[in-house]
Structure formats: C-alpha cells, structure tokens
Write a protein that binds this ligand. Structure first.
Ligand SMILES: [Zn+2]
Length: 187
C-alpha cells in the first residue's frame, strides 16, 4: 500500500460519517454546533442568536460512465482508498460548477486517457458504503471517440472485461448493481 494512505481508517471514517461527518464548529462564527430536531431530523445547528447556520448533511453527487465496446466493459482499478486495488466504473465527485455530464466526461479522461461522448443517461444510484461520504451516483452510457487508453490519476490499471470474466473485487455496491442492471437491460 502507498505510504501516504497508511492513515486511512475506514472504520473510523464510517463512525465519523454517521456522526455529522465529524463537524463540531460553526463555519460562520466558530461556536460549537448543537444537535437540534429540525424538519423531523436530528441536525447540527449553531446555537448563537445572530447566526443561522444549520449543517444539512447531504450525499455528494458523483457521475461516471458505462463504456462497452465489442461486448466488453471498461473498468478502472482504484489507486486510492477506499478499496485500493478493487475495480469500479470510471467515476468521481462533481466539481462545484459542473453538470454531471461534464463530470462523467472529465473523470473518464482523467482516469483512462480516453475521450468519450455520452450517448444516454443510464441510471442513478445511492451509494452508502464509501466511508468518506454518502453519494448519489449518476451513470451515463458512453462511447469512445478519441484518446489513448492509459491508467492515470486515480487508477492503477484500466482494462476491458468480457461479461463472463468480470473482476471479482468491485469496489462499491452501486457499481455491482450497475453491472447487473446493464446486463439485464442490454444483453
Ligand atoms: Zn454560527
């Protein structure tokens, strides 16, 4: 394992995630946040009278691509935690001003070296098994229009897999479900 990942502790992160992501202080005024019952949920809110900060803990949107060519599917092997060495679709978290379609195209480029054109929306998934954060994953169908296949950025390896020889270690439940959904719909 890469030395810089030695402090990644999935159990600790999971506990933190389930406790308001570990947030303790108001980002506006710096006072201690307190649990309050708001909109039927327990939330963290700033107790200061002239501060209205409430921490709404939301899943983080992510996007990626399902790329199939000659009945083989493109997967990337993860270079960073969680689940280094496990396989997943090229995908990643959205940047602030991106549309998810831009995220999907960018992530494919960054992780695989390929330029893709999105051909249609595929499916949306709720991801709850990443210890860092919960996610909403939007997957698009895409086809390769350029570039050169090369593992880059967050990927240790990039490879095409035939559907009867998929990798055993798929990193996230949502990606496992997407593989099953794709095969049910298109094969
Ligand atoms: Zn405050």
């Amino acid at each position: 394992m890469n030395d810089k990942h030695k402090n990644f502790d999935a159990e600790k992160l999971n506990r933190r995630k389930d406790r308001f992501s570990g947030y303790r202080y108001c980002p506006y005024c710096g006072k201690t946040l307190k649990e309050e019952h708001l909109d039927g949920q327990t939330r963290l809110a700033c107790g200061e009278q002239d501060c209205d900060f409430v921490f709404y803990q939301n899943p983080i949107p992510a996007a990626g691509a399902v790329i199939v060519e000659d009945d083989r599917i493109l997967m990337v092997k993860r270079a960073h935690p969680p689940r280094i060495g496990w396989w997943c679709f090229p995908a990643g978290f959205m940047e602030w001003r991106e549309h998810p379609t831009q995220t999907a195209v960018r992530e494919v480029r960054e992780e695989t070296g390929l330029e893709v054109k999105l051909t249609s929306f595929f499916e949306v998934y709720s991801g709850t098994d990443d210890p860092r954060n919960n996610a909403v994953l939007m997957l698009y169908l895409a086809e390769v229009v350029g570039g050169e296949l090369k593992a880059a950025d967050d990927a240790l390896e990039v490879a095409w897999f035939s559907f009867d020889n998929l990798p055993e270690k798929i990193a996230f439940e949502s990606h496992i479900q997407a593989l099953a959904d794709y095969q049910e719909r298109f094969r």
